[in-house]
Design a protein around this ligand. Structure first.
Ligand code: DC
Length: 225
């Protein structure tokens, strides 16, 4: 069973998807983490001084996903666990740029499908193109949204929890720019699948968001999950 969750930056996808996966005993696949991992490779490479085209560096960079005993998804860049390092805001911005490349998307989509198809009893996958491109036949598709201001507030809170002080205005600008880039790119842009259910989380708490989607999964399963 595949549960596809798409939506703009900071709409609550990862928190919600992780909680749904826990609730249902599914694994959680964070596809943004994959693009972030390649973005980290590009940023590290840039910091070290460019001598080889970044495209070649990205082609050589190995992205792997593994699940810890507690079910937590971990992500590796050339064998190094970068699950925390990829959470920096500049990595997100670079991920948005890198993810516009068709060759990179093809590679990541193939990996996402491989993990998703092997997942038993199921997987909750979040990203931008899950319901439209990666798993167009997913029985449950959700498009998670929230007001820009609420998304900026959540992102700021998340950064504060990681010890990073950033102004609301700066966060709002970053979230807005990323939305625009993700929506306007030519390849697999962020958009709602025709058969996705829209869940606006502006006025919902995490528990309510999770319940709304778990209900959809039960319905798709004919009352069982
Ligand atoms: O969800 P996130 O912030 O971790 O994603 C980082 C960037 O990766 C996002 O701005 C766009 C890109 N992305 C994508 O293009 N397709 C996905 N399925 C997931 C993320």
């Amino acid at each position: 069973m595949i549960v596809a969750i798409d939506g703009p930056a900071a709409s609550g996808k990862s928190t919600t998807a992780r909680a749904i996966a826990d609730h249902l005993g599914f694994i959680y696949l964070d596809t943004g983490a994959m693009y972030r991992t390649l973005a980290l490779a590009a940023l590290r490479y840039a910091a070290a001084g460019w001598s080889e085209p970044v495209v070649q560096v990205l082609q050589k960079s190995e992205v792997e996903v593994a699940y810890a005993d507690d079910g937590e998804m971990r992500i590796f860049l050339d064998g190094e666990d970068v699950s925390e390092a990829i959470r920096q805001p500049e990595v997100g911005t670079m991920a948005s740029r890198i993810s516009a490349r068709a060759d990179i998307r093809d590679r990541m989509v193939a990996l996402q499908r491989k993990i998703g198809q092997a997942a038993e009893p199921g997987v909750v996958v979040d990203g931008r193109d899950i319901g439209t491109v990666v798993f167009p036949d997913a029985p449950v598709k959700v498009f998670l949204t929230a007001d820009l201001e609420e998304r900026a507030r959540r992102r700021q809170e998340e950064l504060q929890q990681q010890g990073q002080e950033v102004s609301r205005a700066a966060v709002r600008k970053e979230v807005k720019a990323r939305d625009r880039a993700d929506r306007e790119r030519a390849v697999a842009p962020l958009r709602q699948a025709a058969d996705a259910v829209v869940v606006d989380t502006t006025h919902l708490n995490v528990q309510e968001q999770v319940q709304a989607i778990v209900d959809l999964v039960h319905k798709a399963n004919g009352g069982h999950a």
